[in-house]
Write a protein that binds this ligand. Sequence first.
Ligand code: KG4
Ligand code: ZN
Length: 387
Amino acid sequence: MSKIPRLLAIDTSCDDTSVSVTAGRVVLSNVIASQAQLHKQYGGVFPTVAKQAHLVNIEPSVKLALQRAQTDWTQVEAIAVTVGPGLAPALEVGLRYAQTLAQKHHKKLIAINHIEAHAVSALALPRSRSLTLEAQLAGHAHSQLPALPALAVVISGGHSEFILVSKLGSYEIIGQTIDDAAGECLDKIGRALNLGYPAGPLLETFAKKGRLGRFTLPMAMQGQATFDLSFSGLKTAARALITQLDANGKLDAQTTYDLAAEVQAAVFGQIIYKLERILLSPDLAQKSYPSRHYLKHLTPDQMPHTPIQSIWLGGGVAANRELRRQLRLLLHRHTRKTGQQLKLLVPYSNKLCADNAAMIGVTAFYKWQQGLFSTIAALERQPNLKI
Ligand code: KG4
Ligand code: ZN
């Protein structure tokens, strides 16, 4: 087996400064200097404030990531860095610092797409507690990739996308939000409830104490035979409801919990609805699915079979346990209907769901295998980079 390189990875795409050391798919360290407290007062991320914080945090984060990974520069093979998509001033900090480090330590550079990294984040492996790193890297689990094609479901504050992965490095978006991202929708509704930023985790906690059925929120895109999503109508309806409840003095704690449960159900319900249809589409290139009426009369062996072998969940919202539970239920339903068994891969920790550099390092491992390096001069930020 060829040598597995250690990579130092940097992500400053948004509001967190993250640096990681990885060896292949194994994460040796994953430092995240969060700016959440800083941005809380604005209810969102302020690019210039984020840039300043990245400038302060980047050097100590690199030091800490190397220290936690018990790695020195002689052991680092290359530096991976997010070039986009993201906030231009924030991306700039990580990029410039990566260039400086590459020059100083004579390392190669690998440019990484942040969305690709979210899509493959479920492939990251934790450091084994019982094996030496060499033994872990030599092990079977390391080289084995789940069967392809896979469907990466990236649900974050900036993205909500269904990405068909035919092989690593080869992606096609088959469905995506036409307006707000799912996390953005949760955050904006959370803001109307004065929950601070980001609101997703708190809404999850509140939803556990909430009861469904008290309010009706719209679920968009059900009438459209595409794989696209839409969350802005839900956001507007939820905000109007909150304003009305507040004006009538009815926004008590239980009402907030009930609203949180209803909002989560509407957001995840739409994702699950579209995913179910993707899995019932025999021809994904058509980006449309058979009618419910047609499917109703089919026996399990007549049901269309999907080419998709596994689902890879990624992005900040992927940390949500209710979303994961609903995905597992969906896959059970799918097996019952079609006999097909699909695997669900989720990032092994919440840190890997949010913006983090370990997913950048794992993605860079595959680029390294293909010899996809960047020169210092060619490395440019690409705020609107697509997958
Ligand atoms: O991936 P991420 O850290 O940043 C982006 O690239 O957008 O995602 C952040 C988003 C925020 O909208 C946040 O509210 C949401 O992920 N989020 C959650 C949870 N944890 C974070 N949403 C629902 N449930 C959670 N537990
Ligand atoms: Zn992200």
